[in-house]
Design a protein around this ligand. Structure first.
Ligand code: ADP
Ligand code: ZN
Length: 731
């Protein structure tokens, strides 16, 4: 990268645009000149596009023909560290730079002049009469000194309706002003009294903070059982970052579920952080993007793409539930936010905290190898103890056909109902039944566009494809043989399990938690709060419930099919099952009552099930690590998935075969290529998919080899190729 920092009017500069071109374009600096890294608007054909000044012009053409930058946007220029980061992620993931720039500018209208809106400050008038609500509003304004709030922020902070604020405006006690929309975020106070930490927690905090004070890069794996206080611990690391005047980022996997978390941040720091997620409005996103860039957001809580925000001085990244698979983006730029967080921190001298009760094997191995520091919180906070885990051997249970709750589990649930405690029945399948079978001809109803079965959703009264989202009404007659009244559901989904529970426990109040049953994150959150308050005897849930909620009255978890995810062909099947089962079991017994987890299984002697039951985590990881080492697969070897897709299967396979034949660049680095083979899901949305897998020794330059391998390809027509480095899902 060049060291030239400034371009005078008319000087030629290279501009990286968001357009899919394989190079930068040259433009003349506008009147007033331009800094390296400036966000600019440039003409491209008849259009105006967004770009960043990337370096001196490349030249090589008639300079008098060069066009000028239209305008320089009024936002902080992209810092060198960000340019380096985007370049490294591009190299790592084999993504073209324009796509990286799009990822880093996901805030529409970020250069537009700020629009205006109303803000509220303390006024000089006296209200005619005081009410509790009015007092609270004025207290909030006084507490924050001269700070201005939006109507929503003020009302929320004071716990009043907006009409209370409006009333105070009429009286002159609160002043209403017009202000640019993009306000700085309220300051976080790191020195408000936090919770009193346990010895374990305090020791972990001391280590983290000592690391932070070095000002250098470092990654810590913070491992602790659910409820051990990992969140309390990393919030103290956030406090230290804020004290040091640096910014912090907390990444969370299931963004719909941050409400509880935001409340905790507010309780600790006296103000809410900036939020970055797909549910945020365009103006909110723009505000976050701009304020992060100018250092007026101290803490961002967000989904994985928050990693590409233009932090001015990022000092800490927390990746909570670091094992969660949603950190891997699997469309557009295929990147792992966890791994890229470590990369970004290394570039800018920040600390990373990877928090989990069940870390990924990758992180566990990095800690074993001494690349990451490891801190353990071994006990649950307070009286809460880990639940007792037991198998229910399904081979010995008397099951009625079409039922899934075994007599042993039934008895355990009944006990809880009698004691006024809650039970959770866990099944990781949405819908009513995974298969709809014609009893006349044996046909299973499939999606017209995908190689997938349609799943019956009784709640929606439709069949749905979980691959492409297509739905259709439940037919009366079999689409294949035309016989009526012979279609039957096979296997259980959450809705069918709820039906069975209702029939089995008619006296119980039953609540279902599945992402597709709620129209909004807010509705889901409301339901979760109701359940936490005890408004259900039995909770029936999918994977959603495995994550971070507190249900204090919950003392029993029944896992309907502990074997389900063991059958996957995926190399991470065992690891995933282990993590999921332990997370789910961790839901029980969070308060003062001990919990129990019962796992229905047909293979209680399976090593993974045994490891889950015995709680021998280190043993499980050691065995899993040894297996992967022997097979030379991640994290002890490198992999990449190549998917070719197109409307016709023939030409797609032809290219795949040609690639397999011309594998010289891969052989050069000792890598092997497997395939082409139909991808595990061989057709999605009408496109046929063919997959090749590349396996290379650890440390081999796999990206470079793949780049040389695919460079000569000329993809015709509608054929697409995607490369997934370190694939997480093999579909
Ligand atoms: P984790 O993130 O490991 O699941 P949390 O930080 O959410 O654990 O802690 C679990 C519960 O225990 C939370 O309600 C938290 O507020 C409480 N808790 C943890 N540590 C303390 C402490 N030192 N003092 C008071 N409450 C605590
Ligand atoms: Zn489909």
């Amino acid at each position: 990268m060049s060291t030239k920092e400034y371009f005078d009017h008319g000087e030629l500069m290279a501009v990286l645009t968001t357009q899919p071109l394989d190079r930068t374009l040259d433009y003349k600096a506008p009147e007033g000149g331009c800094f390296l890294g400036a966000f600019v608007e440039v003409p491209l054909g008849p259009r105006k596009v967004l770009g960043v000044v990337w370096g001196p012009g490349q030249g090589g053409f008639d300079i008098s023909k060069a066009r000028s930058v239209i305008r320089v946007l009024e936002v902080a220029p992209m810092r060198e560290e960000m340019r380096v980061f985007l370049g490294r992620v591009a190299d790592y993931t084999l993504t073209p730079m324009p796509a990286m720039l799009r990822l880093a500018t996901r805030a529409p209208g970020l250069g537009d002049p700020p629009s205006m809106r109303k803000i509220y400050r303390l006024g000089s008038g006296e209200p005619d009469r005081m009410t509790d609500a009015r007092t609270r509003v004025l207290e909030v304004l006084r507490d924050y000194g001269g700070l201005a709030f939006t109507l929503k922020e003020l009302a929320e902070q004071a716990g009043v309706t907006s009409s209370v604020v409006k009333g105070l405006v009429k009286q002159g006690a609160v002043r209403e002003e017009d202000s640019p929309r993009d306000l700085p975020y309220p300051h976080l106070d790191p020195d408000l009294p936090g919770k009193e930490l346990t010895e374990d927690q305090a020791a972990a905090v001391a280590k983290l903070q000592a690391g932070q004070r070095t000002g250098d890069y470092g990654t810590t794996l913070l491992k602790g059982v659910t409820g051990s206080g990992k969140t309390e611990v990393y919030l103290e690391a956030v406090a230290e970052a804020v004290r040091m005047g640096r910014q912090a980022l907390v990444l969370l996997p299931e963004i719909a579920l941050t409400a509880e978390f935001l409340t905790r941040v507010e309780a600790r720091f006296g103000a809410r952080p900036a939020e970055w997620h797909s549910g945020a409005t365009m103006t909110e996103r723009r505000r976050v993007w701009r304020m992060v860039g100018q250092g007026d957001a101290q803490l961002v809580v967000g989904a994985r793409s928050a990693l590409f925000l233009p932090f001015r001085d990022l000092g800490l990244v927390v990746v909570d539930e670091e094992h969660d698979t949603s950190y891997k983006q699997e469309d557009g730029v295929h990147y792992s936010a966890r791994d890229m967080a470590v990369l970004r921190a290394a570039i800018c001298g920040a600390r990373v905290v990877l928090a989990s009760a069940t870390p990924s094997l990758e992180s566990w191995a990095n800690a074993e190898a001494g690349k990451y520091e490891r801190l353990d919180l071994t006990s649950r906070f307070g009286a809460a103890v880990l639940p007792e885990m037991k198998p229910i051997d399904m081979r010995a249970e008397q099951m009625q056909p079409g039922t899934w709750i075994s007599p042993s589990l039934r008895q355990a649930v009944r006990q809880r109902i009698e004691r006024g405690e809650q039970s959770l029945l866990f099944i990781n399948r949405r819908g009513y039944a995974p298969v709809t079978l014609c009893r006349a001809c044996g046909e299973q109803i499939a999606c017209d566009h995908c190689d997938a079965r349609m799943v019956e959703h009784r709640f929606l009264k439709r069949l749905m494809c979980h691959q492409c989202g297509e739905t259709k009404p439940m037919p009366d007659a079999c689409p294949s043989c035309g016989v009526e009244g012979k279609l039957a559901p096979v296997g259980p989904g959450i809705e069918r399990l709820a039906e069975e529970a209702e029939a089995t426990f008619p006296e119980a109040k039953i609540a279902m938690l599945s992402s597709d049953l709620f129209s909004s994150a807010r509705a889901l959150k409301a339901k979760i709060e109701e359940i936490a308050e005890g408004d259900a005897d039995i909770v029936i849930g999918t994977q959603l419930v495995a994550k971070g909620h507190n249900f204090p009255k919950l003392t029993l978890v029944g896992v309907i099919d502990a074997d389900l995810s063991l059958h996957g062909a995926d190399l991470r099947a065992a690891e995933r099952t282990f993590q999921l089962m332990r997370q789910v079991a961790g839901r029980a017994g969070r308060a003062d009552k001990p919990g129990q987890a019962l796992l229905q299984t047909f293979q209680p002697e399976h090593p993974v099930i045994r490891a889950i039951l015995s709680g021998d985590e280190e043993g499980f990881w050691k065995a899993e690590a040894a297996g992967r080492q022997a097979a030379g697969v991640p994290p002890y070897g490198r992999m990449a998935g190549i998917v070719l897709s197109g409307p016709e299967v023939g030409p797609v396979f032809d290219i795949g075969n040609a690639m397999a034949r011309n594998d010289g660049p891969l052989r050069d680095i000792g890598a092997q290529v497997f395939g082409p083979a139909p991808a595990p899901i061989a057709r999605i949305r009408g496109r046929h998919r063919v997959r090749l897998l590349v396996k290379a020794p650890k440390g081999a330059p796999i990206q470079d080899a793949i780049a040389r391998w695919i460079a000569p390809l000329r993809l015709k027509g509608d054929i697409r190729l995607t490369v997934d480095i370190d694939p997480q899902n093999f579909y």
